[in-house]
Write a protein that binds this ligand. Structure first.
Ligand SMILES: [Zn+2]
Ligand SMILES: [Zn+2]
Length: 869
């Protein structure tokens, strides 16, 4: 028996538990089957499911379930990321509410606090993934700070260090004064800011003249060690080689030339502050300038003149002091981009600092090669270019963070002999002098340092495990475009470095989900942003199907709540169609009989179904998720339900075994094709119809059987469908009551159409509600006939006796006049220049579509009127 209405909540939990208990999610590293493996992009341990997760994990689950049905040993490795800076921020915020800072607790107590936080909230995202139906191998769940993964981090650090690929150095880095840590270039967000450009006179030494420099940051002048101009700039030729007196500070600094200076910026002369600007840092190195640091790690000034003041206060004070010395020429409004911390939005300070770095150039080379030679493929293809561009211009990666939550840097220093030790195991004494006075580096590693090892470390690396042997390299990485540099690139680098093999073969970059207005989805922006609300309202399968349908390899798609109705309606359609045939199938024993008496509709639906197998399989293979979903949608809803099941009704009632077999064969197979996208409803229904095996999840993927492809039947059925649709349209447009049958005449010169109509008379009569149909080249249009033209034929429907002409004519005239009025309004809009020049593009497009619709409707109404005259 089957419920009248599909209730997703009644079936979802039940089947998830069933799959889990049966052990379908666990992969066997000893299996002889071909492996198929995906490592989940680990969500932040304290995070919760958002729309991007829902989309990305649906995609991965589709691939895992599909490959499993194809006979692969499918493994989806789950896990979470400790997300250093993000998690530390959350716990610090909690402490702040209690009026405390992490320093009140001390490092050890604070770390304990974060672990407690992790225990409390870390399970949430995993539970949410289960609700989504994710078929992850939960026995293999990992955490970036667990023992094995920590070992992997130390091992890789030590190996890089030994090869000279990790070094400690004083370099310019991005410093977040609020987070109190260095952050990498990729963790800085740049925003256009309306600031000011200050023109300041620097007196030229031993002269009464000045050189005017322009700057957006007057406060950094305290650390200036040169003034620079472009070598091509003739205006300053004479001054190069002289010195300027740094105002307020009264330090002599050289006037130099450097190609980095843009002659069009300001006056063409700029101040150079090597310690606090990335470009100036380069100039400083090249020209061997002094490096003077004037801002500290708390964002305070260290120069004696303004010691302890904030940056903003110093700027105001310096401007005042320059004014009083008459050295400030002018201030102009100036829009420029300012970097801020991606985590806390505080303005980032570029500063020279002693940090740990990974030398990226030599590591990037092989990682460029594997993408260029196709060992790693990006889908959609355009992302490969984005990846390569970044790789060509790669800079060293600052990996140390002044945080407490994360992998502590595996470096120990000896107080007695200054020896530096980099080891996997914690040392007890200095290996050089034997002293016990050793201490570990206080910093932790960038979170992405451990994430970069994810596909290796989750499979057991650096140990030579069976998992690693069986499942590495993994097959697919599915992720969002934002982390191609932060993550994808670095995984490829570590895979090549430590395993000598790319960590995956295919990279699928999914779309960004936007809200109705085209803004990025975020919880703060309201509706539809929480997938769990949507699951409660529409069911998991509806959510998954809708997302899959919309995922069209474009950069982004817009999403709002109503769009999920499509998924829900489709689930209901599948449910209702199965409910309709279930009474006939429940005691039916499907057996393929070679003497099966296929008729046209059987051959046609088998052919269409076989094509569907091919196109869905190909679509999954090429990551065209939307194509798979839309193919299944239109095949099931339109071909199978609207046409085949309609035609099959009378055969069903008389229990025609050929028809029953075809229905079972196509339905069972289509449920399988749908299973990766809609796992729950397909399991529920598959269990109710005749089937072999325990679960649809471990059943086998439908096989493409070429013998079922039947072009002739497809052509024939298309003609039948055209004729039926034409008659149906006329009847509905002219409001012919369903109890009035009428006749149909078809004028055609094509013998095969005439023959087909004769052969398929029952189909047409059954579906179109006319009582007779004749086709021939000599058919003449009877008086008062509605006409419809299809390819190769004209269809006449005599209307006499079917409708009241007077009433219908009046109705149509009224409708026609209304449409005419609307059309006039639209046409007026296009005559209005203000509309054309000012209205947004989308509005103009929409109005154009409306105009075409009205014109077509008007034409049809006028044609219909003619038949009533
Ligand atoms: Zn910050
Ligand atoms: Zn020592």
């Amino acid at each position: 028996m089957i419920d009248k209405v599909y209730d997703p909540h009644r079936v979802e939990e039940k089947w998830y538990r069933f799959w889990e208990e049966k052990g379908y999610f666990s992969a066997d590293e000893n299996s002889p089957r071909k492996p198929f493996c995906i490592a989940i992009p680990p969500p932040n341990v304290t995070g919760s499911l958002h729309m991007g997760h829902a989309l990305n994990n649906t995609i991965q689950d589709i691939l895992i379930r599909w490959r499993k049905m194809q006979g692969y040993e499918s493994l989806w490795v789950p896990g979470t990321d400790h997300a250093g800076i993000a998690t530390q921020n959350q716990v610090e915020r909690k402490l702040a509410r209690e009026g405390k800072t992490r320093f009140d607790l001390g490092r050890e107590k604070f770390e304990e606090e974060v672990w407690n936080w992790k225990e409390k909230y870390g399970k949430r995202i995993i539970e949410q993934l289960k609700k989504l139906g994710a078929s992850c191998d939960w026995e293999r769940e990992r955490f970036t700070l667990d023992e094995g993964l920590s070992e992997a981090v130390r091992e890789s650090f030590a190996r890089y260090y030994k090869k000279g690929l990790i070094y400690r150095g004083e370099r310019i880095i991005n410093w977040c004064p609020r987070c109190g840590t260095a952050i990498s270039d990729l963790e800085v967000r740049y925003n256009e800011v309306e600031g000011k450009l200050y023109y300041i006179n620097y007196p030229i030494a031993e002269s009464k003249k000045f050189i005017t420099v322009a700057t957006t940051r007057p406060e950094t002048m305290l650390g200036d060690t040169a003034v620079a101009v472009n070598p091509e700039d003739s205006r300053y030729k004479k001054l190069v080689g002289k010195t300027a007196m740094l105002p307020l500070v009264n330090r002599e600094i050289p006037i130099i030339e450097d190609e980095l200076v843009d002659p069009k910026f300001g006056t063409g002369a700029v101040k150079v502050t090597p310690c606090h600007d990335p470009n100036d840092f380069e100039i400083g190195k090249r020209e061997k300038l002094d490096f003077i640091k004037v801002i500290d790690e708390n964002g305070r000034i260290t120069h004696p003149l303004y010691k302890g003041l904030s940056i903003e206060k110093t700027r105001n004070k310096i401007v005042k002091d320059l004014k009083s010395k008459k050295l400030l020429v002018k201030i102009e409004p100036y829009t420029h981009s300012v970097g801020s911390c991606a985590r806390c939005e505080t303005t980032v300070e570029p500063m020279v600092s002693k940090q740990w770095f990974v030398k990226m150039k030599p590591l990037a080379e092989p990682a460029i090669k594997v993408v260029k030679n196709g060992k790693v493929k990006f889908y959609p293809k355009r992302w490969a270019k984005v990846y390569l561009n970044w790789m060509y211009n790669i800079k060293d990666w600052c990996i140390s963070r002044q945080l407490w939550w994360g992998h502590r840097i595996p470096v120990w220093y000896c107080k007695d002999c200054n020896n530096i030790m980099v080891t996997v195991n914690t040392p007890k004494v200095c290996e050089k002098c034997g002293s016990k006075a050793i201490y570990q580096d206080a910093d932790v590693l960038d979170t992405w340092f451990s994430s970069a090892l994810w596909p290796l470390s989750t499979l057991g690396w650096p140990k030579a495990t069976k998992d690693l042997a069986k499942f590495y390299p993994t097959n697919v990485l599915s992720t969002d475009p934002d982390i191609i540099y932060l993550w994808v690139a670095r995984m490829i680098i570590s895979g090549l470095e430590f395993m000598n093999q790319t960590p995956f073969k295919d990279v699928y970059i999914h779309s960004t989900v936007l809200n109705e207005k085209g803004e990025r989805m975020s919880r703060s922006k309201g509706i539809g942003a929480d997938p769990l609300d949507l699951i409660n309202k529409f069911g998991t399968d509806a959510l998954r199907f809708t997302l899959t349908y919309l995922e069209s390899q474009s950069q982004s798609f817009r999403l709002w709540e109503d769009r999920f109705e499509m998924g829900r309606n489709f689930a209901n359609k599948i449910w209702n169609a199965t409910r309709l045939v279930l009474p006939y199938l429940s005691h039916f024993e499907p057996k393929l009989d070679e003497r099966m008496n296929y008729e046209l509709s059987d051959r046609w639906i088998l052919s269409e179904y076989t094509r569907t197998i091919k196109s869905v399989t190909d679509a999954f293979k090429h990551f065209n998720f939307s194509t798979a979903a839309s193919t299944l949608y239109s095949f099931f809803w339109h071909e199978f339900c609207d046409w085949y099941l309609e035609l099959a009704k009378s055969r069903l009632y008389r229990k025609d075994t050929t028809c029953l077999y075809v229905i079972w064969y196509v339905l069972e197979g289509t449920l399988k094709l749908l299973h990766p996208i809609m796992p729950f409803i397909t399991e529920e229904l598959w269990q109710k119809i005749p089937h072999k095996g325990e679960s649809i999840m471990v059943s086998s993927w439908p096989v493409f059987k070429k013998k079922f492809i039947d072009n002739k039947s497809e052509v024939s059925m298309n003609i039948v469908k055209d004729v039926v649709s034409a008659i149906r349209n006329i009847r509905s447009e002219l409001r012919v009551p369903s109890n009035k049958k009428g006749v149909c005449l078809i004028k055609t010169d094509r013998g095969e159409i005439k023959e087909l109509i004769e052969k398929c008379r029952d189909y047409v009569l059954g579906l179109s509600k006319v009582e007779s149909i004749e086709a021939g080249s000599d058919a003449e249009k009877p008086e008062h006939s509605a006409v419809s033209v299809i390819s190769g034929a004209e269809i006449y429907l005599p209307l006499k006796g079917l409708i009241d002409f007077e009433v219908e004519r009046k109705r149509i005239e009224k409708e026609r006049d209304a449409i005419k009025r609307e059309l006039t309004k639209v046409n007026k809009k296009f005559l209005n220049e203000a509309f054309i020049s000012r209205a947004p593009k989308e509005v103009i497009e929409k109005t154009k579509v409306k105009k075409i619709e009205y014109e077509e409707k008007l034409h049809r109404l006028e044609e219909n009127l003619k038949s009533l005259l």
